[in-house]
Design a binder for this molecule. Structure first.
Ligand SMILES: *Cc1c(COP(=O)(O)O)cnc(C)c1O
Length: 225
């Protein structure tokens, strides 16, 4: 944790940013519950999971549930429509909204439990990184539709950069996401400006911070570093 924080601080210094603007999300997918507890003891307050079923199991584990109020839960993997109902029950932020259909399904389920669900749109900034995500050119149109759904609160954008040889090669994808968000905010198509830019993982988070990330999603560098 100390080493990661140091690297976040240096990246912020280079970019003349305040480190407090950058939330460190610990990605705990496929890691056991005792490692989540360890992360919590080290000061982690936000965790990211890829699968709804796995997240629910962990959420309901007695040792976690007891401290559930300390953590915020983030879904970062593709969400299937038939898992939406469960996802809305536990996640504070669904980062991987990758279609208008899934956004509508989340809105419907959120309304049923009187919740306004915070979401991010996952943007496919490169053809090869993942199969999921909204195309950059479709993002504004979809955000406009989402603005009409009363049980959704769109808070920002998320992307996964492709696996590249050097962190530097990921920069254009992060820059593209930041520019897209700026453009959307300038046009004022949402009720509120988008503030969250979730981008950067173990291999490229410093470059993402330099390009304006407000949330980095770190797995390997925290748990295997
Ligand atoms: C697994 C995962 C991460 C974390 O990746 P690391 O390389 O382990 O840091 C971040 N974001 C998403 C969407 C992931 O699936």
């Amino acid at each position: 944790m100390a080493r990661i924080r140091e690297r976040i601080d240096s990246a912020c210094l280079r970019a003349k940013r305040n480190p407090q603007e950058v939330t460190l999300l610990a990605v705990t997918k496929s890691r056991p519950i005792d490692q989540i507890q360890e992360a919590m003891s080290a000061g982690i307050t936000a965790i990211g999971e890829s699968r709804v079923q796995e997240a629910i199991k962990k959420y309901n584990a007695p040792h976690i549930l007891k401290n559930a109020h300390i953590l915020t839960w983030h879904l970062i993997g593709h969400l299937q429509t038939n898992k939406v109902k469960e996802a809305v029950k536990i996640f504070d932020l669904i980062q991987s909204v990758d279609s208008l259909d899934v956004a509508r399904a989340i809105d419907t389920q959120a309304e049923r439990i009187a919740k306004v669900q915070d979401i991010l749109l996952e943007v496919k900034t490169s053809p090869e990184a993942t199969k999921f995500g909204i195309l950059p050119e479709d993002t504004q149109k979809i955000a406009k539709e989402i603005a009409r759904l009363r049980n959704l609160n769109l808070k920002g954008l998320m992307t996964i950069a492709p696996l590249v040889d050097t962190p530097e090669s990921a920069r254009p994808y992060f820059r593209m996401l930041a520019e897209l968000q700026n453009k959307m905010n300038a046009r004022g198509i949402m009720h509120r400006a988008l503030r969250i830019l979730s981008m950067g993982m173990s291999s490229d988070f410093e470059v993402a911070i330099e390009e304006g990330a407000t949330m980095i999603r770190i797995g390997r560098a925290l748990f295997e570093g």
